[in-house]
Design a protein around this ligand. Structure first.
Ligand SMILES: Cc1cc2nc3c(=O)[nH]c(=O)nc-3n(C[C@H](O)[C@H](O)[C@H](O)COP(=O)(O)OP(=O)(O)OC[C@H]3O[C@@H](n4cnc5c(N)ncnc54)[C@H](O)[C@@H]3O)c2cc1C
Length: 483
């Protein structure tokens, strides 16, 4: 059987079921660079670099197995059609993807094309996300069962046809815009990152994940590798659990590891829990989860606020330092992401439909299912989550009391100590002239936002809707509902 393995967000060879299914027969691997997806407002050059790094590592490994990885630059249907005419394959194998709306429509077009050609397209799940799902009852048990399935071994050899395919692009022509502060794509880097987390870096994860001073090294940093599929979720979870089991029996018991790895495992489940929401309701990319929130912010978008937020020039040192760090490194930890979004959605009253795609560009780990669900949660538009408005001042005092992180990213504030970084308006003449005054006043902006959201939430229609939203998307584990 001639099979084409279509690589999407699964740029690896290990635990790759489509590849294993194709391997006994003649097969080719294909990655398609799709202009429409690249031009979308949620895509960034840094994503292209991470993908290119992953493919450049993959290609020689595929060749060493006797296979061939093709790169084509065209819309997916056009690419598949061109390849099909040169090499009529009988089946198309890929992993399921819960992507943005463009990729969903692309998949519908590919399915229609495959039907017309008589090509069988088999899509295989890669995360703990289920298609179709009626409601969330029993979801966690199904997730666990899928995560316990054995890993799929890498094929020992591949058979590729010898064909001239002039329309493909050599992998070494893919552009790389490397940046020393950003994570590098590929299975090798993913494995090294996971190893260092499970052996050393992760020990104090439970207490160090929230501060931007420590999170950079204490967090697993697996998110970009998961988003582009350098390692499977199953493999990461199984390795994390195996390490936890080993440490459980070691004497003396090293401190922190137990709690840290339990917290890590919980978050890996959240990964799939959030993606499941978008899988079940693709409109979460553009519609409020709770429709009672419609019309709340749309007509009040303040472009000046948006520009100040994007530039890290809001006059709130923690917000500005996080934004500048994120733009340089393309990663920031969970709590600081939540604070950035909370500040945009509540203090600045910016509609998440414009801030979300912009931040997606700057997250190397952009994963639409997590991103839009988290964005709505941190913007108060889900109707099922506690309203949480972060105080940027409190975040300075709790997470960066000495100002080390802020000083690094806002060097103009070097002369201000921790307490003054929390309340720069009290710095008087110490406040540098080139740092802006706060663009909004924290307390009044926060109170106004809270009032407006609560007024909507308390209507009878909103309450009724919340119940339906919970039935569809809510976690059935109480411990899951807060972080
Ligand atoms: C507004 C907002 C947008 C976000 N967008 C994304 C996104 O596009 N892609 C993304 O991977 N994460 C996103 N997150 C979740 C979280 O911030 C990142 O997963 C985490 O910071 C990645 O770093 P890490 O791999 O070191 O995570 P760790 O803390 O080491 O966690 C391990 C893994 O668990 C998963 N995870 C951790 N926290 C969460 C969470 N709160 N929700 C869902 N999954 C989680 C991720 O896959 C992560 O790689 C977002 C959070 C917020 C508040």
């Amino acid at each position: 059987m001639r099979s084409l393995v279509w690589l999407k967000r699964d740029l690896r060879l290990s635990d790759h079921r489509p590849l294993a299914l194709a391997a006994p027969g003649e097969c080719l691997l294909l990655y398609v660079i799709e202009p429409s997806l690249r031009a979308a407002e949620d895509f960034h050059r840094s994503h292209a670099t991470f993908i290119a790094q992953s493919l450049q590592e993959l290609a020689p490994r595929v060749e060493a197995l006797g296979g061939r990885l093709l790169i084509m630059e065209a819309e997916a249907v056009a690419a598949l059609d061109q390849l099909y005419h040169a090499w009529p394959f009988e089946q198309l194998l890929s992993h399921e993807e819960t992507g943005n709306h463009l990729s969903y429509q692309r998949d519908l077009a590919v399915a229609a094309w495959a039907r017309r050609q008589g090509v069988r397209w088999q899509e295989i799940p890669q995360h703990g996300v289920f298609r179709p799902l009626r409601d969330r009852d029993g979801w966690a048990a199904r997730w666990r069962q899928r995560m316990r399935e054995p890993l799929t071994p890498m094929p020992s050899s591949l058979q590729a046809p010898t064909l001239e395919l002039p329309f493909t692009r050599p992998v070494d022509t893919l552009e790389l815009e490397t940046h020393p502060q950003r994570q590098v794509g590929g299975e090798k880097a993913a494995r090294a990152t996971l190893r260092s987390f499970l052996r050393e870096r992760g020990q104090r994860y439970d207490v160090e994940m929230s501060s931007p001073v420590t999170a950079h090294t204490a967090c697993s940093r697996m998110s970009a590798h998961l988003a582009w599929g350098n390692l499977s979720m199953r493999e990461i979870l199984q390795r994390s659990e195996a390490r936890a089991e080993l440490l459980r029996h070691s004497r003396p018991k090293p401190p922190h590891w137990g709690k840290s790895l339990a917290a890590h495992g919980k978050r890996l489940r959240w990964h799939c829990h959030f993606i499941q929401k978008l899988e079940d309701q693709p409109s979460l990319e553009w519609e409020n989860m709770q429709r009672a929130m419609d019309g709340l912010r749309e007509d009040e978008f303040n472009e000046d606020y948006f520009e100040a937020w994007k530039a890290g020039q809001t006059g709130y040192p923690m917000v500005d330092a996080c934004m500048r760090a994120l733009r340089a490194q393309k990663w920031i930890n969970f709590r600081m992401r939540a604070m950035l979004v909370s500040f945009a959605s509540y203090h600045l009253w910016l509609d998440w439909r414009r801030t979300a795609p912009w931040l997606a560009q700057h997250f190397l780990d952009y994963e639409p299912g997590i991103h839009y669900s988290q964005f709505q949660m941190q913007s108060g538009t889900t109707g099922i989550n506690t309203l949480r408005i972060y105080s940027p001042a409190k975040q300075v005092l709790d997470q960066d009391p000495d100002g080390a992180f802020i000083h690094r990213w806002c060097p103009e504030l070097e002369s201000l100590s921790g307490p003054l970084l929390a309340n720069p308006e009290q710095a008087g003449s110490l406040l540098p002239l080139d740092y802006p005054a706060p663009i909004v006043e924290h307390s009044s902006a926060m109170q106004k936002a809270r009032k407006r959201i609560m007024a909507r939430r308390q209507t009878g229609a909103a309450r009724l809707e919340s119940r339906a939203v919970f039935q569809r998307h809510g976690s059935r584990r109480r411990s899951n509902r807060r972080r």
